[in-house]
Design a protein around this ligand. Structure first.
Ligand SMILES: Nc1ncnc2c1ncn2[C@@H]1O[C@H](COP(=O)(O)OP(=O)(O)O)[C@@H](O)[C@H]1O
Ligand SMILES: [Mg+2]
Length: 234
C-alpha cells in the first residue's frame, strides 16, 4: 500500500535519519513507516535513546528527513521551504521536553506571546488564555514569573503556550514528566478532548505506562525501529 497525505494527519514512509558524518555517523531511525489519522491521540513510547525525540523533531520540521517520505497535515516535509514552513509551524502546538520560559514574563504574558501572530487577538484571545490557564490549574498564578513557579507549574505554562492558538497538530515530548498524578490527569484529559472533540491530531511521547490507556494507539520505538508487534498500524 502506498501511503499518501490525503486522509492522514501524519504519513511517514521508510524514513531514515542519522547524526554526524563519516567516522562519527550514527543512524538513529531505521525505515520508519507509520501513519496517524486526523483526530487520533497517538502515544509513542520506548526506552531512552530509542529515537523518539528525533522522530518528533522531524515531524515538527525542526530537522529534515534524509531519506524516505514524511507528510504532515498536507505538507511534504522533505521539500517544505519558506513561506510554507512558517505556515506549517503556525499550525503546530509543540510541547518540548526542555521548555524555556522567559524569566521576565508572567505566566499570562508567556502564553499571550504565542498568540501574537494570530489573527484572533485582543479581548477574545485574552479570555481564551485565562480559560486555558484556569483549566490547567494556573488561574491563581497568571501574574507569577517562572522563578515563583514549581517545575510542574512551568510545564503547564508551556502546555498552555502550545495549545492557546488551537493548533491542528500537537506534538508533545514527555509533557507530563514533571507533573503529579492529578495534573497528569488534567493534561491527558485536555489532550484527549482536543483529539476527540476538535479533531486535533496529538502525537505524544511518554515513558509513563500509567497514561498509555488514554491513547487511541501506542507506538513502540526500540533502537530506532518500530516494534513489529505494535506498528505500523492504521
Ligand atoms: N543532536 C544530536 N547529535 C548527535 N546524536 C544525537 C543528537 N540527538 C540525539 N542523538 C542520539 O540519537 C539517539 C536517539 O536520541 P533521542 O531521539 O533523543 O532518543 P529518545 O528521545 O528516545 O530518548 C541517541 O543515541 C542520542 O544520543
Ligand atoms: Mg527524548
Amino acid at each position: 500500500m502506498t501511503l499518501n497525505s490525503d486522509n492522514k494527519a501524519i504519513s511517514i514512509e521508510k524514513l531514515n535519519y542519522g547524526f554526524g558524518t563519516g567516522e562519527t555517523a550514527k543512524q538513529v531511525l531505521f525505515d520508519i513507516t507509520l501513519s496517524v489519522a486526523p483526530g487520533e491521540f497517538a502515544i509513542m513510547t520506548g526506552p531512552s535513546g530509542s529515537g523518539k525525540t528525533t522522530l518528533l523533531s522531524l515531524v515538527g520540521a525542526l530537522r529534515r528527513p534524509q531519506s524516505g517520505s514524511l507528510h504532515a497535515i498536507g505538507h511534504d516535509l522533505c521539500r517544505l521551504e519558506s513561506p510554507g514552513l512558517e505556515n506549517y509551524r503556525r499550525q503546530l502546538g509543540f510541547i518540548f521536553q526542555l521548555h524555556n520560559l522567559f524569566p521576565a514574563l508572567t505566566v499570562f504574558q508567556s502564553v499571550q506571546m504565542a498568540t501574537d501572530l494570530h489573527p484572533e487577538s485582543g479581548q477574545k484571545m485574552n479570555d481564551r488564555i485565562r480559560e486555558l490557564l484556569t483549566q490547567l490549574g494556573l488561574g491563581e498564578r497568571m501574574d507569577y514569573r517562572p522563578h515563583q513557579l514549581s517545575g510542574g507549574q512551568r510545564q503547564r505554562v508551556a502546555i498552555a503556550r502550545a495549545l492557546v492558538h488551537r493548533p491542528t497538530l500537537v506534538l508533545a515530548d514527555e509533557p507530563t514528566a514533571a507533573l503529579d498524578g492529578e495534573n497528569t490527569e488534567i493534561v491527558l484529559k485536555l489532550l484527549a478532548d482536543l483529539a476527540h472533540e476538535r479533531r486535533t491530531t496529538v502525537l505524544m511521547i511518554t515513558q509513563d505506562s500509567r497514561v498509555f490507556e488514554s491513547a487511541d494507539r501506542l507506538i513502540h520505538l526500540v533502537d530506532g525501529r518500530l516494534d513489529p508487534q505494535e506498528g505500523p498500524a492504521g
